[in-house]
Design a protein around this ligand. Sequence first.
Ligand code: ADP
Ligand code: MG
Ligand code: MG
Length: 493
Amino acid sequence: MLQDCNIRCAASGLSLSHARTNQLVDDAVVWANQHGLVVALKDPAFVNPELAVIHAPLALTPVPYPRTRFELAQQVMPLFNSLIDAVASDEAYLETVLRPAAQHDAFTARLLRVLCASRGRRAALRAAGREVVLGVHRSDYMLDQPSGTFLQVELNTIASSFGCLSALMTRLHAYMASRAGGLDASRLPANPALEHIPDALAAAAAASGHVEAGGVVVMVVQPGERNAYDQQWIQLQLWERHRLRTLRLTLADIAAGAVVDEASGTLRLGGEEGQPPVCVFYFRAGYTPSDYPSEVEWAARELIEASNAAKCPTVAYQLAGTKKVQQDLAAPGVLERFTTDPRDAALLREFFAGLWSLDPVDLAADGAAATAVADALQRPEAYVLKPQREGGGNNLYGEELRAALQAGGEQLSAFILMQRILPPVNKSVLVRNGRWQEAETLSELGIYGTFVRHGDEVILNKQSGHLVRTKTSSSNEGGVAAGFAVLDSPYLV
Ligand code: ADP
Ligand code: MG
Ligand code: MG
């Protein structure tokens, strides 16, 4: 019975009674509500459900991670930023690697078409010194228990979310340390995402040359976004730190209102000369096929891509963040083409899990991939099968994975096979909707990176904070927005 036993939290072996846990959960929820660690409630009982909020799903106490490994993941982030930029700049590479997947995946194919269609326009912008790229990346890892190292799950180049709420999670856990005792707040690493992400947007805005003319940031959003308050924090910070105004628009809104000046590439919304130019398009949508229900949304994406505003991300950055590119970079010699110092390549490789192509051509030529497939048919629990998708809930595991591999065929070109990472199991108190449960959990660490390049000049490239998401150990996937996971934070030991 829960009432009778003590709750052991992962960090520092903190032990709490049931009554004490109740008190601390109340403290945590009140703190979250008071400090904007919230998500939209979406309760139709309210007059305006967009404006009703509830605390974000959260873990009561932080999760232990080895300090040296954590710090290495922070140090390597600027290298991952540069890698994405180098890969995205090599469009011939992107096309070659992604073409087989695109033959069986209409979304990837469409993004490649936008890349090609905008090439001439983008070359002209570059020649005119108006190319500004902005990366807000999040490299996700799990601590692999067998090796004791962080292995990369994926690298997100579009809509890398939860940076701001995660920075607040660090503050919440510092507060919990002060309330609970037994936790050392100095073991919670600094989390600058709440400042760095808006500062990167502001740096890109400045480089766009539109700020003096009253340029605005456009946040491209999904209609009815539940995680709107993480985004609203960026907007608030853009205003308070940089006096930059943000418009929240869907792709359909942009298609309806955007006018691009042919000669300069300047995009304005509203169509009138007096309207301010857009200095940055920051995508928190556009990563999944359902964000493009019609040609209208694709038309908006093409307009944005061909405009002289900074884009986060460009289509090339989005493609550089696909699972297929991640898999190809892990193949012998590929990463080395995109890094100048072999020591950097060696360091990056330390974070790579086993990744294999399922393209029949590669399977015929690559003995290692064929061996991995044979093993996955025997031991599907040791692998993950991934399509070219973002946003969680798309991967195949266990029997479904085995069935897909057995079916075989060319359509597997749109998937990659990945080694299943086996993180340690912890005990956590998970708090959702004001109620808590104790559970056996697994955690995933994300490190944010921000990057701005103006033409040939890199004006910003840094590690920009972190996120920990914790899920019950029985669930395969870990999205917070998708309802599988809660926000957490690292506790360095
Ligand atoms: P998405 O872009 O949809 O977030 P991910 O590659 O992050 O795709 O996969 C979603 C989730 O699936 C991850 O958050 C993680 O919980 C789980 N997962 C993905 N790859 C692995 C892996 N190699 N080992 C263990 N779990 C994984
Ligand atoms: Mg992703
Ligand atoms: Mg992910």
